[in-house]
Design a protein around this ligand. Structure first.
Ligand SMILES: [Zn+2]
Length: 411
């Protein structure tokens, strides 16, 4: 049964795959949902749920090429080619991956729908095979194909690999002065700066933590029958960025450069200073004084799914975000040079700071290039005692003894 003639031409036994797209409910990845929402209209049938019982919104068929590229970009991000290419030992085709639990599309019917996995596989096969090897500047391929000598190449999941562009720049910094590497990085930043620009309003509040306290006191006012210990948090300059002459090299600042590192919530700020149980922390809020131009490295893949070069840019941003979040290990300060140089290029481009994910907390970090753009919120200061730390362990593909099919990787 169809709704007010909207889906009358639909024949479930012989569906016209050409005109099918994707509905909002079947898109699972947040970027894919945003894309469908941005180009949604009533009328097109969703190739995944193939719902015709009531009216719903699905992606405009005119944007099907962009939709396909975004789904392919997400496959490249999450999956290795050996998982979906029989030539590399994969048991599944790309469409099979998306019919099982996956981070890109819903694999189960929404309540009240009768989704057929076979039909959605037909739709996805049609989607992916329309143009398996588009020209590199016109689309994205999930297959690496062959090189000029006929050797079969392979794609690895972008999320697990460092961006080749980033790896090259980092390697150059080991043998060249930063000012010889800077122009290439500046050109790169110019290519995506607009797409990672976030305008932060004045009055935005962020947190900063420091291990330790200013002083402790015996307090006899707590009760007549006992006294307690009260602690006074660090404040003012003790909790702010150190002055330039005292600033040690950090993830984004060179030695002698004072940047203000903040976090989006108190827990992330606390986790970022890596305390131990039993530590007392001084925590305070900071407030932006003017509107700020911030580079956000938590980029949206939807804006970089047009072709292979765009996806390379996204991979660079994603990898940079990850290494910005790594802790500074004493004695390995040179390892952070590439993130320091990225910050310098962003500063030259007119950004006031960078936001990047935290590897130890759930929130975001914010590094501000001029500490005076934020002021401490006086009444926000507090002392917190660290009671426990949580570690999260995840299963990781493991090998006890490498075999003939294992090749040592550099990164
Ligand atoms: Zn659907």
């Amino acid at each position: 049964m169809t709704v007010h003639g909207l889906y009358d031409s639909f024949d479930p036994e012989n569906p016209d795959l050409e005109i099918m797209t994707l509905c909002l409910d079947c898109a699972k990845h947040p970027s894919l949902k945003r894309f469908v929402e941005a180009h949604a209209m009533e009328g097109p049938i969703c190739g995944i749920c193939q719902e015709v019982g009531y009216a719903y919104r699905a992606c405009d068929p005119k944007r099907k090429n962009d939709l396909t590229n975004l789904i392919k970009a997400l496959i490249r991000f999450y999956y290795n080619e050996y998982e979906y290419n029989g030539h590399w030992g994969g048991n599944d085709e790309p469409e099979d991956l998306l019919a099982k639990p996956n981070p890109i599309l819903e694999d189960q019917s929404a309540p009240g729908r009768t989704r057929s996995p076979d039909r959605s596989c037909d739709f996805l096969y049609d989607l992916f095979s329309a143009q398996p090897y588009p020209p590199v500047d016109e689309g994205i391929s999930v297959y690496a194909g062959h090189d000029e000598d006929g050797h079969r190449n392979i794609q690895f999941a972008l999320k697990d690999r460092i961006s080749p562009i980033l790896a090259t720049l980092r390697a150059r910094l080991a043998t060249e002065n930063y000012f010889d590497v800077e122009p290439a990085l500046r050109d790169l930043v110019n290519e995506f700066a607009d797409r990672i620009t976030h305008t932060m309003p004045a009055g935005a509040r962020y947190f900063r933590a420091r291990i330790g306290i200013a002083a402790r006191y015996a307090d006899h006012s707590i009760g007549e029958w006992r006294s307690g210990v009260v602690r006074q948090p660090f404040s003012g300059a003790e909790l702010s960025a150190p002055p330039p002459q005292l600033a040690a090299a950090g993830r984004l600042n060179r030695a002698g450069v004072a940047f203000l590192y903040l976090a989006s919530d108190a827990d992330t700020a606390a986790a970022e200073v890596r305390p131990h149980p039993g530590h007392f922390l001084s925590i305070g809020e900071f407030q932006s004084l003017v509107e700020l131009k911030i580079a956000t490295f938590d980029a949206d893949i939807m804006q970089f799914a047009g072709n292979e070069h765009e996806l390379d840019l996204f991979h660079f941003i994603y990898s940079t975000d990850r290494i910005m979040a790594l802790p500074v290990v004493p004695g390995e300060a040179s390892r952070y040079s590439i993130t320091q140089l990225v910050a310098e290029c962003l500063r030259q481009k007119g950004f006031d700071g960078v936001s990047f994910r935290s590897s130890v907390g759930h929130g975001q970090n914010l590094c501000v290039f001029r500490p005076e753009l934020f002021e401490q919120v006086a009444c926000s200061l507090a002392v917190r005692e660290v009671k426990s730390l949580k570690y999260s362990l995840e299963a990781s593909p493991t090998i006890l003894k490498p075999g003939a099919n294992h090749y040592p990787l550099k990164n």
